[in-house]
Design a protein around this ligand. Structure first.
Ligand SMILES: [Fe+2]
Length: 151
């Protein structure tokens, strides 16, 4: 089990979560991997410094990943880019808040459970729904572009 016990909820990647854009799918897999590292560290009670470091890295990675998605949305004039971007902004805000409570209160069960449940459910829902819709749009945009390029 390697330190993933104690009720840690793990994020599992599934092919159905793929958006169809290799760079984005790779970034999602990496996000899932990093969340699992955070959850494992929390489950192991590995100390606030280590968890803090992992959280900081995850936060930075998420911001870069959201920026990459937002660039794609702009470049392809995605009609739903505003509500999608809003979800990213809300995530970053909530993430900072939950990190602050972790750093302030330490690994209290309430904070750990909140972080665990919230991270997993947010990512599953966002990647499974909001990003899927973006993936369908990008596939259409690519098909249109291909149609325009062919003679
Ligand atoms: Fe997204």
């Amino acid at each position: 089990m390697g330190g993933q016990g104690k009720g840690s909820e793990m994020l599992r990647w599934q092919p159905g979560l793929a958006v169809g854009v290799p760079t984005i799918d790779e970034q999602h897999r990496e996000l899932f991997r990093q969340v699992n590292l955070v959850l494992a560290a929390l489950g192991d009670e590995r100390g606030a410094a280590e968890v803090g470091r992992l959280l900081e890295y995850l936060g930075r990675y998420a911001v870069e990943h959201f920026a990459a998605e937002e660039r794609l949305m702009r470049d392809t004039r995605y009609p739903e880019q505003e509500p999608h971007r809003r979800e990213h902004v809300d995530f970053v805000q909530a993430f900072q808040e939950v990190c602050r409570s972790y750093l302030a209160q330490g690994p209290r069960p309430a904070v750990v459970v909140r972080l665990n449940v919230w991270l997993c459910s947010w990512l599953r829902r966002h990647v499974g729904q909001t990003d899927q819709a973006l993936g369908r749009h990008l596939a259409r945009a690519a098909a249109v572009q291909q149609g325009a390029a062919s003679p």
